[in-house]
Write a protein that binds this ligand. Sequence first.
Ligand code: NAP
Length: 240
Amino acid sequence: MTARILLLGGVTEALAIARRLGPKHVYSLAGIGRVPQDLQCQVRVGGFGGAEGLARYLREAGISLLIDATHPYAAQISRNAASAARMAGIPCWALRRPAWQAQAGDDWREVEDWAGLIEALKPFRRPLFTLGREPLQHLDEIPAEQFWTLRALEACPGNARCEVIGARGPFHIEDERALFQRRKIDVLISKNSGSVATEPKLEVARELGVPVLILKRPVLPEVDRVFESLRDLTAALDLQ
Ligand code: NAP
């Protein structure tokens, strides 16, 4: 392949593509999670300074194809990618996982935003948050009758009404079931990431009749090509 690729990553599938890119290509990470040290391609860590900064980088580095393989809720970088590629006159491709779909036995309730989530949480006592770090900003707002369990990549201090657990997927159904039962979880809060690695919590919620509050997916920009699976993207890149 002759194109020079900038691959925007941050999820498992992106790393799988990065592992197959040669030294002329660049894998870009925001700098929040782990930075792999064993790739053949170049690794760049940290933001570009908005869409303009990214467009400048694309031109200066001679990038000819931008691939957005970021998380479906990382809407800002996806918007920046689409407009930067337009500014630089190169194609933008995106890997977008299909959303999970509710099945028989599921009690899923979609919420728009944090305010909607707090309202929907009112009938519950022992929520399990799996939204990453965002709920940490709201620890002082926990109602007296609730105890929150918050799962994020890294453990950190909670408070008298919240415990923060550090854990990284993939998660297994037995461990998820034990977590729900040990902590008497009565509601699960999740994004709709569509990832196989984090799906077992939904199976356990279904099994135990626990409702799930799902944070609505953000609207993502139009790009030149959208791939729903790693296999399709890999085939289009001729990396097989
Ligand atoms: P975001 O709100 O869409 O992006 C915020 C800013 O972070 C961007 O404007 C950009 O800074 C920088 N950035 C994001 N991804 C980048 C990348 N791959 N390479 C270089 N800079 C990047 O993103 P977020 O929701 O905070 O997520 C940050 C990263 O974590 C993403 O790469 C995403 O794939 C990953 N992640 C997110 C979630 C989630 O639930 N949101 C879950 C798992 C993993 P500049 O404007 O300065 O360029």
